[in-house]
Design a protein around this ligand. Structure first.
Ligand code: RIB
Ligand code: CA
Length: 312
């Protein structure tokens, strides 16, 4: 039986407490050939998210190039989510400084990585506002043919976590999300409805802390413990968003999914709302998305502990 080759992945993030665990999960995964990490302003601004990404890669002993990207959305103004992630973006958890960033711009590095790849071979993983991937594909649309799948933590069936209508990543750059949804490649969505099932409680943090591992696993537990309990869940804990998108690539059996038509609202008070036709009611709408519907949470947290425990 031929062993499956690791899938080439380009990962864009805005670390970000949940991005931190997602990036470590990707770095620890033999199933993933992580070819590039790009960084957006997103949660706390590029001046923080870039050094955070570098420190995360450094602590994990990663060798992947990290390239700075857009520090603001395509349109509209930059807004942050420091209330969740802390002003530093990692909940006050201090990591040793990482290696230097690779010079250049994310959109150029993404295009170069896609040009060097085989057709239908690359998975784009988006964990922040989709600005960098959108800039790359808008600049060189033909490169969409190198993309096998786009996996995004973005959107929601219903209420948002940034506005009543919109989830943060979608709300921060809806035009960028619209470009990805229209590019003709399948977009897998880890929405708030999915990530709410990856529910972090004090018990799950303690289980992570008790698992065998090194500095990354210990820091991951500290980072999770820094996130203020969410009023969305009665202050009982928080949803762990970004690692769900990476876990889909590692253990799809933990999920159920359904093909959907998805669009993003660009105007008015619902700007950034993802309109997901879960039950196929809009006749004739192209099924451009894969909605991740359920998650085996116990399996997810076991995967997280095992994989992060394997890091330095
Ligand atoms: O809404 C949650 C998403 O917004 C996560 O990716 C989090 O890191 C922030 O970027
Ligand atoms: Ca993020």
């Amino acid at each position: 039986m031929t062993a499956t080759l690791p899938r080439p992945v380009l990962l864009d993030c805005d670390p970000g407490t949940d991005d931190a665990l997602a990036l470590w999960l990707a770095l620890a995964a033999p199933e993933i050939d992580l070819r590039l990490v790009t960084v957006a302003g997103g949660n706390v601004g590029l001046a923080r998210t870039l050094p955070n990404a570098l420190a995360l890669v450094g602590l994990a002993g990663g060798r992947v190039p990290v390239v700075a990207g857009a520090d603001r959305p395509l349109l509209g103004r930059f807004r942050d989510e420091a209330a969740v992630h802390g002003a530093d973006g990692l909940g006050g958890v201090v990591l040793p400084p990482g290696p230097a960033a690779t010079p250049g711009l994310a959109m150029d590095a993404i295009r170069a990585a896609l040009r060097a790849a085989a057709p239908d071979s690359v998975t784009l993983v988006g964990l922040g506002p989709a600005t960098n991937f959108a800039l790359a594909l808008a600049a060189e649309p033909a490169l969409r043919d190198r993309v096998a799948e786009i996996v995004l933590m973005t959107g929601a069936l219903g209420e948002g976590n940034w506005s009543a209508a919109a989830e943060f990543n979608a709300a921060m750059d809806p035009e960028a999300l619209a470009i990805l949804l229209a590019c003709g490649r399948p977009v897998t969505l880890a929405t708030l409805d999915l990530t709410a099932q990856a529910f972090v409680t004090p018990a799950r943090i303690e289980a992570l802390r008790a698992a065998p591992g090194g500095a990354c696993l210990r820091a991951a537990a500290d980072i999770l413990a820094s996130v203020p309990p969410s009023r969305r869940f009665g202050f009982r804990g928080v949803a762990l968003h970004d690692p769900c998108a990476v876990a889909w690539l590692l253990a799809p059996a933990l999920f159920t999914a359904r093909a959907v038509a998805v669009a993003v609202v660009l105007d008015g008070p619902d700007r950034g709302r993802t309109r997901i036709d879960r039950w196929g009611r809009d006749q004739g709408a192209a099924l451009n998305g894969r909605f991740l519907e359920t998650l085996d949470a116990e399996g997810f947290f076991a995967l997280l502990a095992a994989r992060l425990g394997a890091l330095p």
